[in-house]
Design a protein around this ligand. Sequence first.
Ligand SMILES: C[S@@+](CC[C@H](N)C(=O)[O-])C[C@H]1O[C@@H](n2cnc3c(N)ncnc32)[C@H](O)[C@@H]1O
Length: 478
Amino acid sequence: MLSLPRCQMRNRALSSYACCVTAPIQAILTPLILQYSRSYGRSYHSLSPAPSKFDPMTKPALPIPSSHLPHIKTLPSCCLDELRESLQYIREIYNPGVKGSRIKSRHRIFPRRLQSPTSTRERNGVGPHNHDSEDITLDDLRSDQFERAYVLRWLTALISQQADAEPNPASCNPTAHEQIMQEAASLLAICSGTAGAGTISRVFAFLSPRNKSSGTAGEPISVQLNDIPLENHDYSSVGAQTWGGACVLSELLVAEPERFGLAPESMPASPRGLRVLELGAGTGLVGLTVGKVLRQQDRNHPPLVLATDFYPSVLANLAENALVNFPPHESHQSVQFETHFLDWSQHAALDSASVPPFDHPFDVVFGADIIYEADHAKWIKQCLHYLLRKPTPAEASGLSSPPTFHLVIPLRPTHHFESSTVETVFQLQPDNEQTADTASLELYIVSKDVILCAGSLDDSQKGEDVEYSYYQIQWCAA
Ligand SMILES: C[S@@+](CC[C@H](N)C(=O)[O-])C[C@H]1O[C@@H](n2cnc3c(N)ncnc32)[C@H](O)[C@@H]1O
């Protein structure tokens, strides 16, 4: 909690309180505003751009809501830009973008050498223990009941004032008031902290690499997702939000589809066409990104992308996201995108499952942030025994890219043990000669990279960095 005297928080005068609070809160808000511009897409464009008071160069004095927002009484005289910026500021506090999704660096750990997940963290000096004890985190600010109550009052007043405002016939954008009201209503629901906050639409955009032969930039890949706020007291529904690991994996695969077996020439043409599976898809960012990458290609057989999850509300949201990105009325014969229930703990059922879509194994399997309980890695390995295709002799002898499970997990300081189960369950590929004999194969880790992501776009915020392990797991000679 923000342990500051309430009378001082209410007082707009810059007292000694301002001196002690300015730096840490500023440290929170500056990166958030920067992150906003990257993580939020179309849903916000109608309300931007407004010149930001949070430019790192201008150093806001006391940006807590009760002091930063225009006074409620002055709302009728505020210009639209000022209102837009205030709403953007509120969203940054109560509904920020996906944390830890900007890749800063990537190190190959295996095959070259294997380190414990903590060693790079120590080398880079990142992690939660680096926070100054005096730092006020975003969580502190967000959980401050006074500030939240102030924002609720402010938003309510804004909605009522906008509803009463006379439309300006000279305005070049007559719907501006309506947009502001809608945004304020959405934030009101979010700040109320209820499931009634509804879904938040974001657009995630990834730049494709330049086309090597023509030198032209590839088409950007954009995915529109509904996230359901986590504060819906349904803590099992973690997949209702998009996590940083999904952003990292999506960025990697858009940059180098050929390394993920997604380039047209990567896989031998199978009579069934390419089959791609996402485990624990949540909002579906990875699977949808794969679908959009494949949609840009010419293939003889339409590939199947199957995004799976087990939690009912998450699956429902996933199906909605699939409809938004692959609408049935548009002709997407080039890619077949489907969603389906799959519970890893029920792996035994897969043994006898000969019904579509699990009647054939998959060429590529993806998983982002799906190892956070002790049994997850074990269950997932069991599923892969049925779901990851075994390599052909040509693939086993390295002539073409073999079927692979791509797994990205964040190295959460609170989940060291769970994260470590990946390496105990799958183990590193032994030095055995790979043979074309596919009879005695086992699933092994063939490579491990550690990826460091900025929690924000401001590199000075080291304590906010998030580290991920990226594993490639394949069938290898046991
Ligand atoms: C932290 S979320 C990650 C979601 C998504 N991959 C992302 O990175 O945004 C973990 C996901 O795994 C799913 N999950 C957890 N246990 C599962 C199980 N036993 N079977 C299938 N999915 C599971 C959750 O429902 C959730 O969608």
